[in-house]
Design a protein around this ligand. Sequence first.
Ligand code: PRT
Length: 108
Amino acid sequence: MTQQTIESLYEQVLDRKKTPEESSYTNYLYTKGLDKILKKIGEETTEVIIGAKNTNDELIYETADLLFHLMVLLVEKGVSLDDIKNELGSRDGQKSRLHEREDWRVKK
Ligand SMILES: N=c1c2ncn([C@@H]3O[C@H](COP(=O)(O)OP(=O)(O)OP(=O)(O)O)[C@@H](O)[C@H]3O)c2ncn1[C@@H]1O[C@H](COP(=O)(O)O)[C@@H](O)[C@H]1O
């Protein structure tokens, strides 16, 4: 089975921004603009929630849709994957301090 990495998906979506292709759905989203992309993120997020309540196959399918639209949003906003990785990296090790929070039981 062919696999796609998040990195290569981001690169392809970024490439569409630099070099638009007429039949590209990604370019259709860029042309429609930020509000359209945000609307799609909202729809796809809802579909992930519904998918999770149904089957794992549906959850996988909808998660892939959401990840694609998130990549489009990041490119549209000029945010790199490294920005996200750095943010995630800065949180590494914070989990062990969760018990220090007075409200941790509520947040669980
Ligand atoms: N991973 C994806 C991907 N996932 C989902 N989609 C598209 O996202 C849309 C989601 O379906 P919806 O029914 O929600 O939306 P729609 O009714 O088609 O369109 P809207 O009018 O609602 O926007 C479908 O048109 C899918 O084809 C994707 N389109 C492109 N990619 C990848 O993005 C890269 C660039 O592809 P192009 O956009 O084709 O150049 C390639 O690697 C592609 O594989």
